[in-house]
Ligand binder design. Structure first.
Ligand code: F6R
Length: 608
């Protein structure tokens, strides 16, 4: 999604802004621009395409002198991706410039109102309306203009604002779209996402909804929507700045796949104490947990897939009924939440609009929400009643890998805790499970060692048109994620099916040479999945099987086999997903695509 960076301080702003925007490239964008105030005038440069076009246009910012500026990478929503619609946007006399993330829902009504008052518009964007609205309210007092504007606009926004008449100030405000302010030795920064400013500072302030930040070279103040000054807490970001660098890997995605052993360890170990699962963050007593009657897991994309795994594991282990919903469906389906239900939302970014809306919907109905979140201080983390952080660090590649792996661990921990307090597993079983979990990082490491073999296999399939993933039970949840990993970065059409469902229609799509990836890690379901392999083989499929060590007999039916080490069947997903991530990655690389920046996709989806 769009990215915002702004700077005011003792240094030249353009270089810092370009650097910050480069660190937000992973979010996805189609055009970029920046506005710099040189003390008198605001100058804007914008371009379509990659950021390097803007860098070339401005000679890496050198043609835009000034110590105060705002920059933006745009992912088009209103109006096609062209230079005119790219941000920043001016008011008519070019004395106000703004960058905007989000959507102004009432922009048409505002545009009509302003048009009647003689304003003319150059762009198709909702954002230009805000620039003109500020102009309309501006009478020399920028704070007054901003607060009045805030009372008129509806929708979601993070805004960076410059006024030419106040070259010593940068204004920022947000509602339902992330925005932070950073304090560095050389000035203050704004950003829509932490990695943009990590190089300059780890000391940040989270701007809350409808709060206004006023940044000067050596002063920072916050105000509420009425213009009253408020105090904000300074927070230190623990993320290591190197975590947001590629560190010699060709892509962030590859690097993040290799970080999974650490991610799993960091998410797991702090919650294991004296042979027990301790999740203090739940803020629930064992009795309260034992009394939970039903769990609703709500998430999007891969986080939803982690939730599907969670359903199988929690229901299987703890015998608590679990319903898993796509957040975009949950929020509009008037879900039945009954007394004793617990809502769990899962989100890497903590900013996904649909998941945030589902959280709010649940809270409005009086239900407590547990959020499984990766980004500390994100909207979902701040609005949830309790937060179980996945300690994956910054995830830069659009396609999630390490955060998903951490989400799986969170699901297992929750399941084990519930199973224990409900008396469904005893201490001996719990200890055995903990031991299995502790082995997962080294087992992932071992599977990552198969990289070259998987790359060779993937190279055979760069020309594939359709690829199917099948599995039963937990293996089905792995199939869902394996299929998404492949299709989102390689643009190969792929589908995941519960293996038993194939014969109800999908099997007609199988033809000579179609690749079917069959996941068969669950001992009880193994013979059934093998039968499904036989069925697709009979229709000409080429079968790649992912199964556990010891299941050598599968070679009688499958054409290519990837073995994964033994672990508790509930935890198989953490291992089986590794070769599937690698497969998706190498099909993408083999086709010459940029695996980190898949077309049409954004890292955090802050609009519906
Ligand atoms: C796929 C992927 C997406 C996200 C989804 C939810 O690789 O990354 O499907 O999982 O957009 O995002 P978060 O977890 O940030 O809520």
């Amino acid at each position: 999604m769009c990215g915002i960076v702004g700077y005011i301080g003792s240094q030249q702003a353009a270089g810092i802004i370009l650097d910050g925007l480069a660190r937000l490239e992973y979010r996805g964008y189609d055009s970029a621009g920046m506005a710099i105030c040189d003390g008198e005038k605001i100058r804007i440069s914008k371009s379509v395409g990659r950021l390097k076009v803007l860098e070339e246009l401005t000679h890496n910012g050198e043609t835009m002198p000034g110590c105060c500026g705002i920059g933006h990478t745009r992912w088009a929503t209103h109006g096609e991706p062209n230079t005119t619609n790219a941000h920043p946007h001016y008011n008519t006399d070019e004395t106000i410039a703004i960058v905007h993330n989000g959507i102004i829902e009432n922009y048409l009504a505002l545009k009509e109102m302003l048009t009647k008052k003689g304003y003319q518009f150059q762009t198709d964007t909702d954002t230009e309306v805000v620039a003109q609205l500020l102009d309309y309210y501006y009478d020399g007092d920028p704070m007054m203009a901003i607060t009045r504007m805030l009372h008129r606009v509806q929708g979601s926004y993070a805004l960076g604002i410059l006024f030419a008449q106040h070259p010593d100030r940068l204004f920022a405000v947000r509602k339902n779209s992330p925005l932070i302010v950073g304090k560095s030795p050389n000035g203050y920064l704004i950003a829509s996402d932490v990695p943009a400013i990590l190089k300059y500072t780890r000391n940040v302030f989270y701007v809350d909804n409808q709060e206004i930040a006023v940044l000067k070279q050596d002063q920072l103040n916050f105000y509420n929507i009425d213009g009253d000054e408020i105090e904000k807490e300074e927070v230190t970001i623990e993320w290591d700045a190197n975590a947001a660098e590629k560190g010699g890997y060709e892509h962030f995605m590859l690097k993040e796949m290799y970080e999974q052993p650490k991610t799993v360890t960091d998410t797991l170990l702090p919650r294991i104490k004296d042979g027990d699962i301790v999740i203090d963050e739940l803020n629930m007593t064992d009795d309260e947990l034992a009394a939970v009657k039903k769990i609703h897991i709500v998430a999007c994309g891969s986080a939803y897939h982690a939730g599907v795994t969670g359903k199988y594991v929690i229901e299987g282990m703890a015998r608590v009924p679990v319903e898993v919903d796509l957040a975009s469906e949950f929020r509009y389906r008037n879900p039945i939440l009954e007394e004793g239900a617990m809502v769990v939302v899962i989100s890497q970014s903590g900013e996904t609009a649909d998941t945030l809306a589902a959280l709010r919907e649940s809270k409005e109905r009086g239900f407590k929400v547990l959020a499984v979140v990766n980004v500390v201080g994100s909207s979902i983390a701040r609005e949830a009643d309790s937060v179980l952080y996945t300690w994956a660090g910054p995830e830069i590649a659009v396609a999630t890998t390490k955060a998903y792996s951490a989400q799986l661990i969170a699901m297992y921990l929750l399941a084990m805790k519930l199973a224990k307090v409900r008396g469904k597993i005893d201490d001996v079983e719990l200890s055995a499970m903990i031991e299995d979990l502790k082995c997962i990082p080294s087992q992932i490491e071992m599977l990552l060692g198969n990289e070259k073999r998987i790359q060779r296999f993937a190279n055979r399939y760069v020309g594939a048109k359709d690829i199917f993933f099948i599995g039963r039970g937990i293996d089905y949840s792995i199939a869902l994620e394996g299929s998404l990993k492949l299709k989102e970065i390689s643009y190969v059409h792929s589908e995941a099916y519960a293996a038993g469902e194939l014969k109800h229609g999908t099997i007609s799509l199988i033809e000579e040479g179609t690749l079917v990836t069959a996941i068969a890690t669950q001992p009880e379901l193994y013979p059934k999945t093998v039968s499904n392999i036989v069925q697709v083989k009979a229709r000409g499929a080429f079968v790649l099987a992912v199964t556990t060590e010891g299941n050598d007999d599968i070679e009688k039916n499958a054409d290519y086999v990837i073995y994964i080490p033994q672990t508790n069947p509930y935890f198989m997903n953490s291992l089986a997903i590794i070769p599937l991530q690698m497969f998706g990655y190498y099909v993408s690389v083999g086709k010459g695509f940029d695996a980190d920046h898949p077309r049409n996709l954004a890292k955090s989806v802050t609009v519906e």
